[in-house]
Each structure stands twice: as C-alpha cells, then as structure tokens.
Design a protein around this ligand. Structure first.
Ligand SMILES: [Zn+2]
Length: 395
C-alpha cells in the first residue's frame, strides 16, 4: 500500500483506511495501530509500542533513517472525539468526498496528518535520510493528552533525543508556536439531607456549591483584568470555566450532594496551581468550618481531572527555524487549545503545531478536510524528506 513515489491521492487512500477504525477515545485503538504497524513492517520499518495499563490502547513509535540523535518527530494522535448525538450527512466512519472536501470523523483532527505521514514512509526509507524522521502516534489525546506521556517516557529513557517535533494538529498548514495550558477539577460538596421545611436541620450542598462558584467567578474576572492584551492569544487572558453541575433529587429534599467540574485554560506564565489554591483556601476558611459545624460528615473534596502545561513560545527554537525554512512562512501563531507539543517541550524536545485542515471543523458533525490541505501536507512532506536526505541544515 505504501508506494515509493506517493501522490496526494495515495495519502487520501490511506486516510480512507484510517477513518474506518472507530477510535473514539473510549474504544481501543489497537486495530488502527496494528494496521499502521503492518504497513511499516511490510517495508522493513520496525515499530515500538507503549501501552496503557489495561493493554487496550497503544502508542506507536517508528524511526526511518539512522538510529541517531537530532531527528524530526511527526506526532499525531490516533483517537477521535465521539459522534454521539451529532447529525451527520454521511457515515462518519466512511470517507466521503463532496465539493473538494473529505468528510469523516478524524479527517482534520487528525488522521489526515497521520495518513500523510504514513503514506510517505516508503519514500522516506528510500531517500537514505541523514536526519532520522520518527513517527509518534498516540492514544487518548482527546481526553487530556494522556497517552503520549508513556511514549515520551520511553523516548527519554531508551531512545536517541530528537531535535524537534511537528505536532500535526489542524492549523491550516500555518505555524503555531504556543498554546494555552489546561487544568481541571471536579469538586464535591457533601451536605446533610433533610426535609426542606426544616433547612436548619440539614446542610444544603447546592447553596454551598453556589458560594464556591461565586468565588470562582470573581476570580475569573480578576484574572481577566490582569491579562496582557498584547500576548497574541485569543482571548489574551487565562479563562476560567464551569461546564457541569449536578446535585439534588427533589425540591422538597435538602440536597446532600453537589458536584461541579471547573477549570482553567491558561496562557504561558499563569500558574493554575496557584489560582486553584485560592479556591481551596476560600473553601477551607469560609465553607468547611460552617459545614463541619453542622455535621463532621459534611465537607468538600476535589479531584484533579487533567493538567496540561501551556506551550511556551520560542521563535528561535530548532522546530520553528526548520518550519520557517521549509515553508517560507515568517511568523507563528498562538492557539487556545492544548496539544501534545507541551509535553514534548517539557521533555526538552521543542516543537511546533503544524498540520492540514482547520480546527474550525474539528469535533463537529460533518468534520472534513479540504483536499487542497491534504495536497499541501503531501508537498510539505516531500520538502521535509528532501531536507532530511540532503542538507539537514536550516541555514
Ligand atoms: Zn487533535
């Protein structure tokens, strides 16, 4: 299937295979990983897998070219967001072309990039690369960039250090050099139930949760006021959200339990641990003593849901230098969504986010990628291969 002189049409044919695997994050991605591994195996390229604890999901790492430091990582996640409750005009797991667009779940986010990378494997292998090109295909990105951590650990412990990573999330083939981080929590307020006619005999968990949320909302306003409008992010400040609240059973029962999820999307430099601590301190000082006075069983607890560091901009990093060199682009953007690039950056591998398709189509029904974007990614990979085979230098 992988050809020595692939065309953009070949990349699309591989994409058609990849979207058939329903790799919604709650499912195993092993069928897709086995497919990729078999394709690479057929042309003599070995793969290295790192698994989740249950061994139901895997990351794949493969190297084309010499087994040395200084390689370029092409990083993509294999999981996709659910299609539940979405109205699609065609089967989300069957690639369908309409008006120059390719529709299916994962086309832009981000099997399009993975397909292009994989399609070029044979051509890269034949090019006698001086600079190795690595594939890093992960699981569970859409649930908080969880899977890639195992791959990066393996990379740090066992593999030659790469020079740079290209995370192929959809940026419409523009260079993105920084993104916001994310940090989220579920907070549970345990009150005391009772008949609503006698509120003083219970502790209304919803009212206490409302006071905490009120504090969080004020914190949100303050953080916004402290933001730097010139930092290039949109919006330019760390945002605070609360997306779910649950509690209570009936109006005439004092609710004993209220649970809500909340969190931050932070610009680089803003410390979400410190912000969260302000919330915890408020609860410890203002909320818990009142609850404990009603019953020692009452209280508030927190569970951290996910933490993704922000990606810090570095316009002189080897990753940005290489991308500017290969594309002729001379600026890099900022985005408000998190990516695996931050984990690579924390592990000492600088990166850029650069991939086909638009984030505007990600996660939506009728997700698509423009054929022209697949062509642009195909062209870019030809240039990257040529660079890795010849000069390997950016100046
Ligand atoms: Zn993505």
């Amino acid at each position: 299937m992988l050809k020595p002189n692939p065309t953009a049409q070949d990349c699309i044919a591989v994409l058609a295979e990849l979207v058939k695997f329903d790799t919604t994050s709650r499912n195993s991605n092993l069928d897709l990983i086995e497919f990729v591994r078999a394709q690479l195996d057929a042309i003599g390229i070995g793969s290295r897998l790192t698994f989740n604890e249950e061994k139901t999901k895997a990351n794949l790492w493969a190297t084309i070219g010499p087994d040395i430091e200084g390689g370029i990582v092409l990083s993509g996640h294999t999981d996709v967001v659910p299609v539940d409750g979405q109205d699609w005009a065609s089967d989300p797991f069957e690639l369908t072309e309409r008006d120059g667009r390719l529709f299916a779940r994962g086309t832009c986010d981000m099997k399009g990039f993975v397909a292009c990378a994989l399609t070029h494997a044979q051509a890269m292998a034949n090019a006698e690369l001086k600079v190795p090109i690595h594939y890093a295909f992960s699981y569970d990105e859409e649930v908080g960039c969880v899977g890639v951590k195992g791959l990066i650990k393996d990379l740090q412990e066992n593999l030659p250090k790469p020079l740079a990573v290209i995370v192929g999330e959809p940026t419409s083939m523009q260079i993105v050099g920084a993104h916001k981080g994310g940090h989220s929590f579920v907070t549970t307020v345990r009150g005391l139930d009772g008949h609503s006619s006698a509120p003083d005999l219970g502790a209304n968990a919803i009212f206490y949760a409302a006071r905490i949320l009120n504090f969080i909302e004020k914190l949100r306003e303050r953080i916004k006021a402290e933001g730097d409008p010139t930092n290039g992010f949109d919006p330019y400040y760390t945002t605070v959200d609360c997306g779910v609240i649950k509690g209570g059973t009936a109006r005439n029962i004092i609710p004993a339990l209220c649970e809500f999820s909340w969190g931050f999307r932070n610009v680089p430099g803003d410390d979400t641990h410190a912000f969260a601590q302000e919330v915890f301190d408020f609860i410890e000082k203002e909320i818990e003593p009142e609850l404990k006075a009603i019953s020692p069983e009452c209280g508030v607890s927190h569970e951290e849901q996910h933490y993704l560091p922000a990606m810090i901009p570095d316009e002189t990093s080897p990753a940005e230098t290489l991308l500017r060199h290969l594309t002729g682009l001379n600026q890099s953007g900022r985005v408000a969504y998190g990516t695996e690039a931050a984990h690579f950056q924390n592990a000492g591998v600088p990166g850029v986010i650069f991939g086909p398709g638009s984030i505007k189509q990600a996660h939506l029904p009728d997700e698509y990628i423009d054929i022209s974007q697949m062509e642009a990614c195909h062209d870019f990979l030809l240039k990257l291969t040529d660079w890795a085979a010849t000069t390997g230098k950016t100046s």
